[in-house]
Design a protein around this ligand. Structure first.
Ligand code: ATP
Ligand code: MG
Length: 331
């Protein structure tokens, strides 16, 4: 089986519908055909300030959500990044072959450090893409599904792998950039031209999976639309309606063209209430499952410990080669 690697940060109390429809639903599908490694990058999370208690809670609730959504620890290796020390250890070695200028050209650091205020940005944030390179290179995956915003980081990963291989000895598999396109992209309900994001200024357009479904239904009913009446997919001029169509289509597995036909002659109110119903139907059992996983912390800890152990078998082998080639003594 080919190997796939993907991660999602534990930076909120709940994943949102965009995370699920744009990424996590594919995680669940891929685990049948791939040797899947899925992880929660808490080392990445602390590149910006985190409250320790919150971080621990969010890491657990992230794991619980992944399990509830269908990531199956029998099929996939599910782990928390900090429980696999090889990530931090390989990062150090990679830091030492990364050019300062090369790292300085990473645009995500520029964007995020502007948000943080230049003087508050940390060296950790600066070296974030190198940690990401370590995440990937440790597992030698064939498939690393990333969004367009990660293209530059993947390019750095490829460069570092090639550089290490040439400077020492062939050690890393140079990963192919597999930019995921054609996956659903979900937009903010109140501002349907920006993507739904947990870091949006206001959460009135955000559908969090673990929120009270009544709250989410209300948000859907107050979603921004347009002054026409026609239910038609046209993201350019009808961003709000198109977003609702994408959500309803994904949640009910119905092609958008079918929905357009079904809603001919109907109003936005109908579309909204059906979308709200579909969401309620999706999140209600999900929330119950998450609660179940959260109510047995011992079991959750065991699942993650087993995942970390499996991850370490693979990561440990790669790191041992790296340490040897760099000239470190055996440990
Ligand atoms: P942040 O705002 O902190 O960047 P986020 O909401 O964008 O958070 P990420 O943790 O960056 O979430 O993304 C996790 C995964 O979810 C990624 O694979 C990303 O492509 C996907 N994703 C995030 N937002 C959306 C969205 N609105 N529509 C589709 N996919 C999304
Ligand atoms: Mg993001």
């Amino acid at each position: 089986k080919q190997r796939v690697l993907s991660g999602i940060q534990p930076t909120s109390d709940s994943f949102h519908l965009g995370n699920y429809l744009g990424a996590l639903q594919y995680w669940v599908r891929l685990q049948d055909d791939f040797d899947a490694f899925y992880f929660i990058p808490d080392l990445h999370a602390i590149t910006v300030p985190q409250d320790p208690k919150e971080l621990r809670k969010r890491t657990k609730v992230s794991a619980a959500q992944l399990l509830a959504l269908g990531v199956d620890p029998k099929k996939s290796t599910l782990f928390v990044q900090s429980q696999v020390p090889e990530h931090a250890e390989l990062t150090w070695v990679l830091n030492c072959i990364t050019g300062f200028g090369e790292a300085s050209r990473m645009t995500q650091f520029k964007d995020k450090s502007v948000k943080q205020g230049a003087d508050n940005a940390t060296v950790g944030l600066f070296t974030y893409p190198v940690l990401m390179a370590a995440d990937i290179l440790l597992y030698r995956p064939q498939l690393v599904p990333v969004g367009e915003d990660q293209r530059q980081h993947l390019e750095l990963t490829r460069n570092l792998a090639q550089r290490f291989n040439t400077r020492y000895k062939k050690t890393f598999v140079v990963p192919e950039a597999h930019i995921v396109t054609g996956t659903a992209k979900i937009y903010d309900l109140q501002d349907p031209t920006s993507k739904m994001s947990k870091s949006a200024a206001s959460d009135s357009g955000l559908l969090s999976l673990l929120d009270d479904p009544k709250v989410s239904a209300k948000k859907i009913r107050s979603a921004v639309t347009d002054t026409e009446r026609e239910i038609r997919y046209d993201p350019e001029t009808k961003a709000g309606v198109s977003n609702l169509l994408v959500i309803l289509s994904s949640l009910t597995d119905t092609p958008i063209v079918t929905l357009e036909q079904d809603y001919a002659g109907k109003g936005y109110g109908d579309l909204k209430s059906d979308t709200a119903d579909a969401l309620i139907e999706f999140v209600t059992p999900l929330r119950a499952k998450v609660q179940e996983y959260m109510s047995d912390q011992g079991e959750l800890d065991r699942v993650l410990a087993a995942g970390a152990e499996r991850a370490r078998e693979v990561a440990g082998r790669t790191l041992a080669q790296v340490y040897d080639r760099v000239g470190f003594l055996a440990r």
